[in-house]
Every structure is written in C-alpha cells, then in structure tokens.
Write a protein that binds this ligand. Structure first.
Ligand SMILES: Cc1ncc(COP(=O)(O)O)c(C=O)c1O
Length: 378
C-alpha cells in the first residue's frame, strides 16, 4: 500500500536540469581568457556547429530565446496577411504573428495528437493566407507530409514551432528538416536548455544569411545596415552552458523514458484518464512532458478538481495548455476563435493536465502521484 500522505515538499511539474558548478566554472574561465562575451564568439560558433550535428539539420542560427527566433522566422520568409495556426499552444505562437502584424487564424486540432488537424487546414485558406504555423505539441510530430502537401498545393510557407521537440526524429530525419523553418526553444524548463535561448533551423543557405542579419539589427558591416533587424543574439555564457548541457540530454531522456513507462503502467487501466498518443514506430520522441486528459463524465471528477486537489498533496501539476490561445482577450474576437469553430480544442483544453516530469523525480514519487490521482476517481 502506498502512503497517501501529502508530499513533504512541493513536487513541481518540472525542474530544470543543472550542470555541475565545476563544469560551468571551467567554461567561464575559457570565456574570461578569450575576453569575448557576445556577438558570435567562439562558444557561439562551436554550439551552432554541435547543435547542427545533434539535430541533424543543415543550417542553424542561435537566438536569445525561441520567441524572438520565431519572430525572425516570420520576417525572414516575409510572411504577411493571415497565418493558419493552432489554438492549443503556448501564448508565444500566436503572439509572434501579431508582432509581425499578421492575423492568426485558428484551426482546430486532432483529437489524438492534439496537433493542428491537417485535414482542416485547407478549409481555412483565404487569398490572404501566406503560411501555416504548426506546433509539435508535447514533442509529438505533426502530420508533416499532409501539411506540406496542402502548403505546396496553395503555395504557402510552412513554419514549425518545435519548442517542445528537441531531438525528435521521424524515420531518422531530424524533425527540424520538415517545412521551411523550424524553431527550437532552449528555455530552462525544456529537456535541453541554454537557460534562455532558441534556434532556427532549415535547409537554405541564403536564408541563413538573412536570418543572421535579422538577428543582429540588420547590420552587414561597419558601413551598411541592410534591413530592420532586432537583437536576437545568444551570448557566450549561455552558449557555453548549452555546450555543457548537450552532454546531459540523452541521460535525462533515458530517465524520463523510465518515468513515462511507470506512469503508463500505473494509469493504463484508469477509466476516464487518457494517456499520451502513440506515435508511428519510426518516430523517436524526447519524453519531455507527461500529459493526461481527464474525462469528467467517465472519471467522475473534472480536470480542475484534480488540479486543485493535487495541490493539497503538494503536487503542482499544470493545465498546459489552458486557456486556449483562442480564449485570450486579444484573440477571442476573431471569427476563427469562436468555440463552434474549435470543438476539439475546446474539449481538450478542459481536460488536459501536465503531470510532474523531470529526471530527478523518483519512481516511487511517480507511483505515489498515480495513486493520489486514482484516489480522486468517483
Ligand atoms: C510551444 C511553445 N512555443 C514557443 C515558446 C517560446 O519559447 P521561449 O520561452 O524560448 O521564448 C514556448 C516556450 O516555452 C513554447 O512552449
């Protein structure tokens, strides 16, 4: 029998992976000796190279965060008008469109993968549509083939928000090789991080030059500024931490695989608790998140009840993603944001709950979290 007393200390939904202080100190010494803190220093150059290999992508540009990276992606492809995207994502996804003076058009999501429903994209295309901005939600790849097929038919660009999909592969191809550009986030809460940071990846040499200009104020040389760029640069200290963190990714992923297995084992037979989607056999996942869906009609308790009650046990889960972006005050007036246009997303937004997932979580803690969840069932 598992003791169902509250945890003594709060179990947060995630915990950043920390390198050892010694490793960081050693790298800081290198930076101090080089006397180079930012603007394309040696750590930055080496990290770009190492990440390109790790992510199996031809071109990569580092950024100070994923949001600025995605804003630059829109600028680099000269997107305008309307861009079709998902309401089931983090606020940054539609916000980068707004910052580019582009209207986000929300398309409903697939009931299994929770990604944009590729079969519904076509019906949302208008003469103003310039691109599809899809998100590999929780690291589950989108239907990349179907999305590309629609995009090709209508001459649209495809941008992927791959913030959750570091290291994900489809048939041994890096997930970042699909579409025109993909963005990765290296925020501290991600499987791989540079404290804050991000990257754009793609397969186009000319685009790399344009992206690198855009992230550095459009400055070409001391005499020429050729476009209205922004400051998207990643500094040497974060780049150095990113180089260290690359050595931690696979071990962290393996620990999370084990915890996923335990969650799946413990929750498999609980009626009203839907587990994460199964992916095709050739998909390599990163196991960054563990997300369930609570069906109140079957479980007898709502997701909100579970979320609140977990807190009494010191389990801090997250309603990720709730509210939907289509419910934000800045977007809810859009026609595409209406509830009747997004039936699947509106159900999932009420059901979804992200459970604690990080390598330092113990197997016993996961079993106890599951036992607490099961005790809520009516
Ligand atoms: C789906 C998604 N898109 C974009 C972002 C923004 O990335 P960043 O925090 O690096 O700016 C996040 C971030 O956490 C995210 O989860």
């Amino acid at each position: 029998m598992i003791n169902l007393e509250p945890f003594k200390e709060i179990i947060y939904v995630t915990r950043p992976v920390f390198p050892t202080i010694e490793e960081v100190t050693e790298k800081l010494r290198d930076i101090w000796e080089a006397k180079w803190l930012t603007n394309n220093g040696p750590q930055h150059t080496m990290l770009e190279h190492e990440l390109k290999t790790f992510l199996k992508v031809p071109y990569l540009s580092l950024f100070n965060n994923g949001t600025i990276a995605l804003m630059v992606a829109c600028q680099s492809l000269r997107l305008s008008g309307e861009v079709i995207t998902t309401p089931f994502t983090f606020a940054a996804t539609p916000h980068v469109l707004s910052w580019n003076n582009i209207t986000p058009i929300f398309c409903d999501i697939d009931a299994e993968t929770m990604n944009i429903d590729a079969d519904k994209i076509e019906s949302m295309i208008t003469p103003h549509t310039t691109a599809i901005l899809a998100v590999h939600v929780f690291g589950t790849p989108c239907d990349v083939e179907k999305i590309q097929e629609v995009a090709d038919r209508y001459g649209l660009r495809v941008v992927y928000d791959a913030a959750h999909a570091f290291g994900v592969e489809i048939g041994e191809r890096g997930v970042g090789t699909f579409g025109d550009i993909s963005m990765f986030s290296f925020h501290a809460t991600k499987l791989y991080h540079t404290v804050e940071g991000g990257a754009l990846v793609h397969g186009n040499e000319h685009l790399k030059a344009r992206i690198d200009l855009l992230k550095n104020f459009g400055i070409k040389n001391e005499e020429e500024v050729v476009m209205p760029g922004i400051n998207g640069k990643l500094d040497e200290i974060r780049a150095a931490i990113g180089r260290i963190m690359l050595n931690y990714v696979e071990a962290e992923r393996q620990k999370r695989i084990r915890l996923h297995e335990i969650y799946n084992e413990e929750l498999a037979d609980v009626e009203g608790v839907k587990l994460m989607p199964n992916c095709a056999a050739d998909v390599k996942l990163n196991y960054q998140y563990y997300v369930v869906r609570i069906d109140e009609n079957v479980f007898g308790r709502s997701r909100d009840f579970v979320y609140d009650e977990f807190r009494n046990y010191n389990v801090f889960a997250r309603k990720y993603f709730h509210p939907l972006c289509s419910e934000f005050t800045c977007y809810r007036q859009l026609n595409s944001a209406r509830v009747e246009n997004l039936p699947v997303a509106n159900v999932i937004g009420q059901q979804v709950l992200s459970l604690p997932m990080y390598g330092d979580l113990t197997e016993d803690e996961v079993r106890k979290i599951c036992a607490i969840l099961k005790s809520f069932k009516r």
